[in-house]
Write a protein that binds this ligand. Structure first.
Ligand SMILES: Cc1ncc(COP(=O)(O)O)c(C=O)c1O
Length: 397
């Protein structure tokens, strides 16, 4: 299956021998998505919601249809879908809007996890909370600490870790305190498993399109309809108003209220194409393939001496994504990554925007990360292992 899928990504034919194991950072783009961008710019490029001529009507129509595609993809309603530039903008916006709408106590109490990406830490710290509770990671890199403090205003969490691959039992955590607003960052999980916002019963959910085979600069923010109605917008300007007078303004309702300014129209339309690409494979196939490679990667990493692996042991794909971080004793992750880079093998080295996890839990400043997607195969993993053995020979002399 994977070679057939790999062939649909032009980057692999333009870069012969490329081993791309950094999809947790950004995914490669299939030809259908790239073609969709070109189609927009060559056939009906114009602004949305403004022109009363056919080109703009076509652009508006295509853009609004994306809302329907995304809604179906995550089991929401189209009027619950807002487009943002990515997860970072969405989380910043939600934190500010919850505060400015008077939805939370000032100063608020906030629950996060030990695994948070900085984009799900800094916007909450910026609210100067009275307290932040961090749900802890156990020895097997899983979150078993599933109880939100009873007076927490907010539970903000990633759905899956961009370092350990851990899938967080968010449904269980949310039910432990239904008074707290739940904001889930599904940026890592969205391309790898089915997300159903109704089943999870989340208040807010966001993801960035570029990790889902779509272009950069487009993201999605789901807001439960009854919350959206009462929530203040986090961006003000053109396109989101009802009426503007010298002394004040009123706002449009629904998603429009949150989409001030010209959106990334082409990227939104290409995002819908990325969703159709995923649908054409199906999450069952995706999971089967990524789980097979996750287990193969773990088995092969076992051949490496003095390796510390930050990933749950003896779990299934329901508990962990195919994202595996590790360190090899005595060699800096940056050196290994640069060595692999020379061999056309792309893995990430650093703290992966998770300093709290690295410093306070893993007790290391940085790690190497291999992350798997639909276009990877066993050969990619074999080349990575060969590369790691080569790096050890050079750096451990
Ligand atoms: C879990 C998680 N959340 C948020 C982000 C930030 O995404 P973006 O930079 O696209 O806003 C990332 C990016 O790596 C991520 O892994």
């Amino acid at each position: 299956m994977n070679n057939n899928i790999k062939n649909q990504f032009p980057i692999f034919s333009k870069n012969k021998g490329l081993v791309y194991l950094d999809s947790a950072s950004t995914s490669q783009k299939p030809k259908v998505v790239i073609d969709k961008l070109v189609e927009f710019y060559t056939e009906y490029n114009s602004n949305v919601h403004r022109g009363l001529y056919p080109l703009s009507e076509k652009a508006t129509d295509e853009y609004e249809k994306v809302r329907e595609t995304i809604a179906k993809f995550i089991n929401a309603e189209p009027n619950e879908i807002i487009f943002t530039s990515g997860a970072t903008e969405a989380i910043n916006g939600v934190s500010r809007s919850l505060y400015s709408s008077g939805f939370i106590n000032v100063p608020p109490k906030i629950t996060l996890t030990d695994l948070e990406h900085h984009s799900n830490v800094l916007p909450w710290q910026d609210l100067q909370p009275e307290m932040i509770q961090y749900l802890g990671l156990d020895d097997n890199y899983l979150i078993n600490d599933t109880k939100i403090f009873k007076d927490s205003d907010i539970f903000a969490s990633i759905h899956a870790s961009n370092v350990t691959g851990t899938i967080i039992p968010i449904k269980e955590i949310i039910t432990s305190n239904e008074n707290a607003y739940s904001i889930i960052d599904a940026t890592q999980s969205i391309a790898h498993m089915k997300i159903d916002v109704k089943d999870l019963d989340v208040d807010f959910l966001t993801f960035s399109g570029h990790k889902l085979f779509a272009p950069t600069g487009i993201g999605v923010l789901y807001i439960k309809e009854e919350i959206m109605k009462e929530l203040n917008p986090f961006k003000l300007g053109g396109g989101m108003i009802d009426e503007v007078t010298r002394n004040g303004s009123t706002y449009a309702s629904g998603p429009t209220k949150f989409e001030a300014g010209t959106p990334n129209i082409a990227a939104a339309i290409a995002l819908a194409e990325a969703v159709r690409f995923i649908d054409s494979i199906g999450f069952e196939e995706i999971k089967l393939s990524e789980e097979r490679l996750r287990l193969y990667l773990l088995e092969r990493l076992d051949e490496i001496e003095n390796i510390e692996i930050y990933h749950p042991k003896n779990v299934t794909g329901k508990e962990a994504l195919a994202v595996v971080s590790f360190n090899i004793e005595g060699i800096h992750s940056h050196d290994i990554s640069a060595y692999l880079g020379e061999k056309n093998i792309c893995v990430r080295a650093g703290h992966h925007c998770t300093q709290i996890l690295h410093r306070d839990v893993l007790n290391v400043p940085a790690s190497l990360r291999a992350s798997i997607s639909v276009y990877n195969n066993e050969e990619d993993i074999a080349k990575l292992i060969e590369g790691l053995k080569g790096a050890i020979k050079i750096y451990k002399k």
